[in-house]
Ligand binder design. Sequence first.
Ligand SMILES: *Cc1c(COP(=O)(O)O)cnc(C)c1O
Length: 366
Amino acid sequence: MEIKYLDLQANYQSIKSEIDEAIHKVLDSSAYVLGPAVNEFESAFAEYCGTKFAIGVNSGTSALTLALKALGVGPGDEVITAANTFIATAAAIEHAGGRPVLVDVDPETRNMDPVLLKMAITSRTRAIIPVHLYGRPADMDPIMQLATRHDIVVLEDAAQAHGARYKGKKAGAIGRIAAFSFYPGKNLGAYGEAGAVTTDDPELDRRVRMLRDHGSDKKYVHDLLGYNARMEGIQGAVLKIKLAHLDRWNAERNRVARLYNQLLADLPIKLPNFEDDIDQVFHLYVIETEQRDQLQKYLGEHGVPSLIHYPIPIHRQKAFDHLDHRAGDFPITEKLADEILSLPIYPEMSDEQVTFVAEKVKAFFG
Ligand SMILES: *Cc1c(COP(=O)(O)O)cnc(C)c1O
C-alpha cells in the first residue's frame, strides 16, 4: 500500500473540472492580480468565518505582518506569542518592528498557556498572538479576558485552523483581527502562495487593504508606507472553489484523527485529545513518544512518511539569538520538539490507509 504524507494530487483530481474552469475564467479575463475572483473569494471567506471583512494577501506571513502594522505595532512594542509555533509568527512580529515575547504552551492543548501569558504581560505589551496550532483552537476565553483587562489587542494566527470553532465561534472571528495562510498544504490551500486577514473593524480592513497595495487606496496616491502583498486572481478563483468543500474536508480529517485515536489507544504514546466545545480541524495529527526518532526511522523504512512540527523551537533558532534565550526556558515546547511526530493526514486518506499506518506504529511497539 502506498502512503503519502499528504496527497494534493488526489485533492485536485476530486475537483478538477470546477478548478480548471475557474482558472480559465481568470486567464480569459487577464485579472491576474486582485480583481473579481479575489473580491468574490474575500466575500465568501468573510461570510464563512463570520467576520465583516476578509482581505486577500500573498501569504500567511504577509497576513500576520500587515495585521500587526495595521494595529500600529512598532519599535518598543512587545507582542506575546506561543513558543511552540511555526517561525513565521515570530518573524512577522520582528518584520513589523516589534519584539516577540514567547510563552510556553500547555502540554494538553499544545497551545499558549494562559497562566504563563498573564505572567508575560508588561506595560509594553501591545498585542497577543495565540496560534491555533495543528488545527486546535487556543484557549481563547482566558486569553480574551486578559487582553480586555489590560487593553491589549488579540491577533489570531489561524494559519492552521480554517473552519475550527471555539465554543461555537470560528477561528478568525474571535480576536480583533486574524491571519490565515493558504499555503498549498493547509486545510484550505491555494495553488501557490496566498493568505488572508479577517476582521470586523472597518478601519483595520481599510489599513490592511492599503498596506497590501503599496499603502494606497487611490492609484498613485500613497498615504502609508506599504508593501506589494496582493493576492493573485488565480489563487482567489481556486480558493473560492475549494472553500465550498472545506467543511466536508475538515470532517474527513476528523474521521482520520478519530480512527487513529481508536487504533492507537493502547500504545505508550500520547494522542491528541478531543474536547467538547472545541471543533478541531486536524491540520496535523501529532502524537508524542520518547522513542520518536526510532519510531520515525522505523515508519520510514516501512513505507510510512512522517514529519516533525517543529523540530527546533524558535528560541533555539540562530535567527532569534538576539532574544537571549537558553535551553530550558520553555520546557514543554522543548519536550514537544523531542517527542512529537506528525502522521499522514488528509481528507482523501482511506480508512485502509489509516489502518496500515496504525499497524506499522503498533508493530514498532511490538
Ligand atoms: C503556515 C503558517 C504561517 C505562514 O504562512 P505562509 O503562507 O507560509 O506564509 C504562519 N503561522 C503558522 C502557524 C503557519 O502554520
